[in-house]
Design a protein around this ligand. Structure first.
Ligand code: SF4
Length: 250
């Protein structure tokens, strides 16, 4: 899964840009998920949903056209990401998080310093004069630049696990993330990701979220542990060939 963050202050155009990016990636047949930071609760105090949430940890709400799962307590981004399965994650807000690259949306030049943390791929804004003064790279309302922005996002976005284990030699995920944005490293330098699980089908890497990686890891361990002469706790590369042509999906 790849991620791109969109940060900026209020009325900087970040939701407009996030929508454009999510739509453009979806139109390119990627599975896209959006995480949006909000200071307001999604359900009203007097609603039935809120009454249930006062009694239990989670409530699933289903309507004919959509569904949502609500938690009764604060959840970390890592947990929420583990529930999503997508090729691209568009994350709006969360300025303080530093394990994925970002687009900074500016209302004025002075905000650049406040929002820059070495993870920005480029800057964007709604103000034509900022573009004319070359303060921002892209004007959000300019439809002609969307293709270029999407190409940058496809090539340069990534998501590190936010485990901050230090195994990559950078001390924390922020260190490696900055080096990736500078073009000095790639995501492959994250040892934690390699420690986990990767799946290739016919040579093509399959994008898995952390929940699925852990699930596959446990399944493989469960299959191998009872076998003689195999220590599944050693780092292993396992080749599985399976013919699914006779498999009945029903
Ligand atoms: S190895 Fe991966 S998880 Fe550990 S600090 Fe480096 S980037 Fe983060």
């Amino acid at each position: 899964m790849k991620a791109i963050g969109i940060v900026g202050f209020k009325k900087s155009g970040k939701t407009t840009l996030a929508l454009k990016i999510a739509r453009a990636l979806t139109n390119k047949n990627y599975r896209v998920a959006v995480i949006k930071h909000s200071s307001q609760s999604v359900c009203k105090e007097e609603s039935d949903t809120n009454r249930f949430l006062k009694e239990v940890e989670k409530v699933a709400l289903m309507t004919p056209n959509s569904a949502e799962i609500l938690f009764n307590s604060k959840q970390g981004l890592k947990k929420i990401i583990s529930l999503l399965s997508a090729d691209f994650l568009v994350i709006e807000g969360f300025k303080s998080l530093k394990h994925f690259p970002k687009i900074i949306c500016l209302r004025e030049e002075s905000e650049k310093e406040l929002l820059s943390d070495g993870l920005e791929l480029f800057s964007a804004g709604m103000d034509v004069s900022l573009k004319e003064k070359k303060v921002i790279d892209f004007l959000i309302t300019d439809e002609n630049v969307l293709k270029t922005m999407i190409e940058e996002i496809e090539q340069k976005s990534f998501l590190l696990p936010d485990e901050n284990c230090g195994k990559c030699g950078y001390g924390d995920c922020y260190g490696l993330a900055r080096a990736i944005v500078k073009g000095q490293e790639t995501k492959e330098s994250c040892s934690y990701l390699h420690d986990f699980f990767s799946l290739k089908v016919n040579g093509k890497e399959v994008s898995l979220n952390q929940f699925m990686s852990k699930l596959y890891q446990s399944l493989i361990y469960g299959m191998l542990a009872p076998l003689k002469d195999i220590d599944p706790l050693e780092e292993s590369e396992i080749e599985i060939k399976v013919n699914l042509s006779g498999y009945n999906k029903k």
